[in-house]
Ligand binder design. Sequence first.
Ligand SMILES: [Zn+2]
Length: 87
Amino acid sequence: MQDAWAEKLSCATHCHRCNLKMAPDNPRILSVISHEAICMSCKDQEEKRADYEQMSKQMIGQCLIDTEIQWGDPQGYCYHHFYPFTC
Ligand SMILES: [Zn+2]
């Protein structure tokens, strides 16, 4: 599990949703739906979904089980679904 998400957190060069090119210092965030790195405008769209809150809760529960990392750990996989990061 560690390896799988570390890879997603690493420098994606493009948004997985809209294919926007992303520079290493462009903020990106993980989708609560696909768990891929997406750009901030795609995240805005995602947050407008009617099921966003439900998807978020589901995702938090699952990622705590998968990673066994404390919620709120800034190094954690869970955290990066809600806080943008750069490379
Ligand atoms: Zn995008």
